[in-house]
Design a protein around this ligand. Sequence first.
Ligand code: IMP
Ligand code: ZN
Length: 345
Amino acid sequence: MAQEQDLDFKSMPKIELHAHLTGSISRQCLHEIWEVKKAAGETDLEDPLVVMPLGRHDYDLTTFFPLFSSYIYNLINDAPSLEHSTKSVVRDFATDGVAYLELRTTPRAMPAAGLDKAGYVAAVLQAIAQEEAQTQTQTLHTRLILSIDRRNTLAEAYEVVSLAKQFRAQDQGVVGIDLCGDPTKGDVSLFTPAVKEAQAVGLKVTIHFAEAEASASLAELSTIMSWMPDRLGHVIHVPEGVKRQIEAQTGIGLELCLSCNVHAKMIVGSFEAHHFGEWWRVDGPVVVPCTDDVGIFGSPLSNEWRLIQEHFRLQREEILGLARKGIDVIFADDDEKVRLREIMW
Ligand code: IMP
Ligand code: ZN
């Protein structure tokens, strides 16, 4: 098709707003880190390319979360591996033509490395800044969102908010908070005071929303909507009444993750059945295609846009218009929005 030929999705400047840091690490990068540790006798773990063979992307909700807790977190467990992997993630997004990236990560202490949660966040921010300073990534600007895990206690959630506040000060790169983690775990209403605290100090809020049936009870969705989050992630199992509520929230961002939802079988059917098709034209909310965990699901942002064109037949101007609309819902300040309006086609 002529249209598909005239849009080069890799060179199209793009915005990525829903990317988990650890889930965005490529298998090649994990393998490089493993090789160094193995040679130094620092790990008994199996080669990542054996645990997660190249080309395997069919992780579902039962196999996905244990991959982190029982494998990747044991490999990325010290300052050098954190620095190496963070830089590699930033470089991969830059190479894919991403002009603005909001990475998110769950602060975790690395006792073996003497890093507490604040040390972890500082190390991630430093690695991002160093990688961005490299010439090949100069058009990419990255911000960081700190995630609360659904299994956290309220005290742990407050700690995330407090870290976000600390690292937002003096423009250190943190712009907001997220609520993520295994959707079959936890009761989100526990976090209401922490989310309110974040908003009271001016942090932006994005929430994993109706990602699985287990996290889509009316009680949970009503609680989350009552927080008035700036953006919602996934937005899959949404009853009609809640859809109308979302439609009425002009300017709310919807971070939709096509490949993740299809590969993890979070939706029924394949790409053409994805709720992107339902939402992208709706006035009010702003739809932003995102990767979620490109290291696991293997589809870079340029490919997500290609899939959108292939399965939903958007015209060139519709694609460019939608990509630019995403600028409205980034968590960075107006200067960054002005920069993006200048460089996005
Ligand atoms: P990290 O926060 O940088 O360590 O990124 C990996 C973590 O993000 C995982 O352990 C999960 O808690 C979370 N995560 C990644 N993808 C998803 C998702 O699709 N839904 C909910 N949580 C997720
Ligand atoms: Zn996610």
